[in-house]
Design a protein around this ligand. Structure first.
Ligand code: GUN
Length: 297
């Protein structure tokens, strides 16, 4: 058998989703169907694909969903008014406004408008604050999914030197906050690198776990990875490739072919982090429904 160091995100996501099934059934036996409302503004093709996958997963799990597609020209006030309506509607336990939003809409204002108890994305300032304080709240799905993926793949996080590349609000910053928590399954020493970091390579070479969420195609090269390190590729970058159908194709933030032989474990891309993001979104939605039903967390 060929030894594989691949971390199978699809298999782990399926496991997380299977574990949700009895919780969804328990809610249904009490007459509650978890509900998740999606909002998409404009025509971003990647957002269309992502929301489509999330809807399909809802359907397969018996989670009710609706998708509001608004035109690019939608005003911030119109979007806020839809969020207000969804906030008040008890059939929607979670609300997800897909990023990116058109430039004339302030994302911070929109995310602060979603009720914290329906904020299954973990983007509301209240949930961001809870994460920083180590209090229970909703965690952003991609970094929470990465932690889950590492733990279920047998990676020891506690005490590890972790390097996170990228300081975005959706992945990099919350990733660092999650992994440095003083609790089981975290407790790592985290270095957050970004465009202002002087010697990224030197930091990367010290990492036991290297998480790339920087948005630069194949940024992580073989000479930046310590032999045996665990490498997580969050990037989804479209590059031109005349040999590909349509003239473009997707690549991650990691030079996969060169890095795989050096890494102890590595996430494929696709099939690594992406499915975990969706699984954690489902988990947050079920939890929001349980909490709305008065269950203790
Ligand atoms: N765009 C890219 N990732 C995400 C995510 O996790 N949630 C939302 N709402 N938008 C995104």
């Amino acid at each position: 058998m060929v030894h594989s160091n691949l971390i199978d995100g699809r298999a782990v996501a399926a496991q997380v989703q299977n574990e949700l099934a009895p919780r969804i059934s328990a809610l249904q036996s009490r007459g509650i169907r978890p509900g998740l409302a999606f909002v998409r503004v404009g025509d971003d093709p990647a957002s269309k694909v992502y929301v489509g996958r999330k809807e399909k997963t809802c359907e397969s799990l018996g989670i009710r969903s609706v998708t509001h597609v608004l035109p690019e020209s939608t005003s911030e006030a119109e979007l806020l008014s839809l969020i207000d309506r969804l906030n008040r509607d008890p059939q929607w336990h979670g609300i997800l406004v897909q990023a990116p939003l058109p430039r004339h809409i302030r994302e911070a204002v929109v995310y602060a408008a979603v009720r914290p108890e329906k904020d299954v994305d973990g983007f509301h300032p209240m949930n961001v604050g809870r994460l920083m304080l180590g209090d229970p709240g909703f965690e952003p799905c991609t970094p929470a999914g990465i932690r889950e993926l590492l733990l279920r793949s047998g990676v020891e996080i506690s005490g590890a030197d972790v390097v996170v590349l990228g300081r975005g609000n959706i992945v990099g910053k919350p990733m660092a906050a999650i992994l440095c928590q003083k609790r089981a399954g975290a407790n790592a020493t985290v270095t957050l690198c970004h465009s202002g970091t002087r010697d990224i390579k030197a930091h990367c070479l010290r990492a036991d776990i290297l998480i790339a969420a920087i948005g630069v195609p194949r940024f992580v090269r073989a000479d930046m990875v310590k032999p045996g390190a665990v490498v997580v590729d969050v990037g989804v970058n479209r590059i031109t490739d005349p040999t590909a159908k349509g003239g473009t194709r997707l690549v991650g933030d990691v030079d996969f072919d060169a890095v795989q032989p050096i890494a102890g474990k590595i996430t494929p891309n696709p099939g690594g982090v992406g499915p975990m993001t969706i699984a954690m979104l489902m988990q947050n939605t079920v939890r929001a429904a349980e909490q709305a039903a008065g269950d203790e967390d």
